[in-house]
Each structure stands twice: as structure tokens, then as C-alpha cells.
Write a protein that binds this ligand. Structure first.
Ligand code: 3PG
Ligand code: MG
Length: 399
């Protein structure tokens, strides 16, 4: 596979050229204040942007934020991101009020060499996510007209067959940015021949979301530790009652099959923190995994489980972690996620944290990011990479 990267583009010279950068600036915003609660994805794209600025390019950044429905929707505006990006770059970022319209064209035309513009949310345009090739292509034409070269640094979106990811690179000279390059290098270490034991920790709410990756990983991992909301469907498959915990009834049989297929590989919680309600101040207790009271729901893994998972992780040479172990946003149910995260940092292993939520959990819990081998900016993207799927954004760069 031959993918040109940013260094190839810089070697050609970009001074005075308009370089369109697809970034994933889909950051979480506070529901009340609209403020950015975690700017990790903005910081992750700085190496690419700074290199282009220093080389004198006219840098045109585009991204999606949230899932607006193909039309402008103020709650998903990228304007606050332009402000934060400017602070981090140490220079103001020009903000276009639309993505490919009059404002965007004027904004790009006014850029001096070494300046940065951010276009409004790509998903305010129906063409961005359209399943219709012609509709996506028409939007890609407009977007491509704003650049002379294209850099994909939106790792979190490479699994989307969207205009800015899949169709623009067919219209402009294209390279992978620093972030995409690093993400692919790291994840390919996991799909190649990882040093063993290779231990994967999966959490998050739904088995159905993770089924494909579980299927793909099961034959290759040494241990698969399962926590988070999805563990209750597995516990049910083991024959336990799970009270009012999250349960995907139609997945119970599938979970049973998975466990039978790889006896001893899948580790489930032996105790859970069960609460009266899904609330930060709900009454709660630690109970054995086979003793969840019928009126209670599990919101975290318990301390004995954390100790067992930590023991498995302490042996590991390679670790991949995706998905919180409990409702870490509520202090009472954050211990499982914190305990597992700490165990990963202590292991003498190459560790990769995959995904928006787990990466945000690392930062929200105040853990040292540098004690992990790599924190991926892509949730869905890193899982689909590990599944071995063809990622439209990566495939587009290979051509
Ligand atoms: C993410 O948050 O996973 C990426 O930004 C992709 O967003 P999407 O799932 O809405 O396509
Ligand atoms: Mg997502």
C-alpha cells in the first residue's frame, strides 16, 4: 500500500498554495453552555496544521461536528472550535459562515500565506453524507474548488464514505496527515503480529455495536475482558439474572456462542456496582455478578473484577482498550474505568486506547495521557480498522 503523506506534500512546496485539510474536530460540547468539554481532537491535528502554516500554505480546514441533518443547525456550529483552534495555534483562525458558499469562498480568497480558515460544519450540506454518488460528487466538486491539494487528517472519520473523506481526494492531489499516518502505524501493529499476551478490554453499552470487532478479535487475542453496559448481556448468557441492567435480549444467544467458541478467553465481571436508578446520587452497593437484585441495575464493575482484570493486564505485552467499564461520568460509578485504566498504565505493555469515549475518560479522570502508548482519536474508525474492514478514507488515499 502506498500512501503519500504530509512530508511528500511539503517537499513539493506548499507556499502560497491552498491546502484543504479534512480534520475530525467533532469535540464534545457542554449541553448547557455549549463550551468544548474535551479539546483532544483539536490538539491532535495541530502537528499537521502547524507544519502547513510554517511552510506558508493557505490552510483551509473542514470538519463535521455532531450529526446535523444536512442543513444548518446552530447547535452544531464549528464557531467555538475556530476560537479554540486559534488559541492553540497562537494565531486567529478565520471562520466561514458556510461550507462552500459565498462566505467560504471569500474567506479562502482573503487568506494570506500561513493563515488558517475553518469552514462551517460539513454536515450542514446534504451532499456530505449522501448515499447517492452524484449528490456526494457535486458537493465534493464545490469543496475541492477551495483547495489546490488535500490532506486527510480526520482519522475519526476515515470509516465514513462521505464526500470530504472519500470523494474530495479523487479530485485533488492528496496525502495523509501526521495524525492519520500515526494512527494507521499504531493500529497496524495490533493487526500484524502483536507481542503476546495480547489483552483486549472492551466496554461501552451495546454488544451489537461491538459484535463485529469481537468476532474479528476473538481468534487473535489471548484474553478479552468485558465490562461496561454490554457485560450484562454476557452475564445473562452465563445464566445470571441482571435486574434492570442494560440488556440486549436478542444478543444473549450470540454471546453464549462467543463464549463457547473460545472457552476461557472471555473474562466477565465477578462483581458489579448495582444501583436503584441511573443517577449520580442513586443508592448503590457492590454485589456478586450472580446476585444482582431484581430492582437494581449495574452501573459499574466491582472491585474484585477490577483486581482480576488488573492481574490479566499485568501479564500483557500488548493492550487495546475501547469503551468505559461503567458510567464514569458519575463519580460513584467511575472506579471500574479508573481501575482498569490505571492497570493499563502500570502494565509493561504497548497500550492503545481506542475511541472518543475511552480517550475522553482518560482525560476526564485526570490520568496521564503520556503513560499510554497511543490514544486514538477514532472510536468507530479504530474498531473498523481492527475488524480488517476497508476504510473508505484510507482507500481513497491509496489511489
Ligand atoms: C466520531 O465521533 O466517532 C467521529 O467524529 C465520527 O462521527 P460519526 O460517528 O458521527 O460519523
Ligand atoms: Mg462515533
Amino acid at each position: 500500500m502506498t500512501i503519500r503523506n504530509l512530508d511528500d506534500l511539503l517537499a513539493e512546496g506548499v507556499s502560497g498554495r491552498r491546502v484543504l485539510v479534512r480534520a475530525d474536530l467533532n469535540v464534545p460540547l457542554d449541553k448547557q453552555s455549549g463550551e468544548i468539554t474535551d479539546d483532544g481532537r483539536i490538539r491532535a491535528v495541530l502537528p499537521t496544521l502547524s507544519a502547513l502554516v510554517q511552510a506558508g500554505a493557505k490552510v483551509v480546514v473542514c470538519s463535521h461536528l455532531g450529526r446535523p441533518k444536512g442543513a444548518p443547525d446552530p447547535q452544531f456550529s464549528l464557531r467555538p472550535v475556530a476560537g479554540r483552534l486559534g488559541e492553540l495555534l497562537g494565531a486567529p483562525v478565520h471562520f466561514a459562515e458556510d461550507t462552500v458558499g459565498d462566505s467560504a469562498r471569500a474567506c479562502v480568497a482573503e487568506l494570506a500565506d500561513g493563515q488558517v480558515a475553518l469552514l462551517e460544519n460539513l454536515r450542514f450540506n446534504a451532499g456530505e453524507t449522501s448515499k447517492d454518488d452524484a449528490e456526494r460528487g457535486a458537493f465534493a466538486d464545490q469543496l475541492a474548488a477551495l483547495g489546490d491539494a488535500y490532506v486527510d487528517d480526520a482519522f475519526g472519520a476515515v470509516h465514513r464514505k462521505h464526500a470530504s473523506v472519500h470523494d474530495v481526494p479523487a479530485r485533488l492531489p492528496h496525502v495523509a496527515g501526521r495524525l492519520v499516518l500515526r494512527e494507521v502505524e499504531v493500529l497496524s501493529r495490533l493487526t500484524g503480529s502483536p507481542e503476546r499476551p495480547y489483552v483486549v478490554v472492551l466496554g461501552g453499552s451495546k454488544v451489537s455495536d461491538k459484535l463485529a470487532v469481537i468476532e474479528a478479535l476473538l481468534p487473535t487475542v489471548d484474553r478479552l475482558l468485558i465490562g461496561g453496559g454490554m457485560c450484562f448481556t454476557f452475564l445473562k448468557a452465563q445464566g445470571h439474572e441482571v435486574g434492570t441492567s442494560l440488556l440486549e435480549k436478542d444478543m444473549v444467544e450470540t454471546c453464549r456462542n462467543l463464549m463457547e467458541r473460545a472457552p476461557g478467553k472471555i473474562m466477565l465481571p465477578v462483581d458489579v456496582v448495582a444501583a436503584d436508578a441511573f443517577a449520580p446520587d442513586a443508592a448503590h452497593d457492590t454485589v456478586p455478578a450472580d446476585g444482582i437484585p431484581s430492582h437494581r441495575l449495574g452501573l459499574d464493575i466491582g472491585p474484585e473484577t477490577v483486581a482480576g482484570f488488573a492481574a490479566a493486564l499485568s501479564q500483557a505485552k500488548t493492550v487495546f482498550w475501547n469503551g468505559p467499564m461503567g458510567v464514569f461520568e458519575m463519580a460513584a460509578f467511575a472506579n471500574g474505568t479508573r481501575g482498569v485504566a490505571e492497570a493499563i498504565t502500570k502494565a509493561d505493555a504497548f497500550s492503545v486506547v481506542g475511541g472518543g469515549d475511552s480517550a475522553a475518560a482518560v482525560r476526564a479522570l485526570g490520568l496521564d495521557e503520556s503513560s499510554f502508548g497511543h490514544i486514538s482519536t477514532g472510536g468507530g474508525a479504530s474498531l473498523e480498522y481492527l475488524e480488517g474492514k476497508t476504510l473508505p478514507g484510507i482507500a481513497a488515499l491509496e489511489n
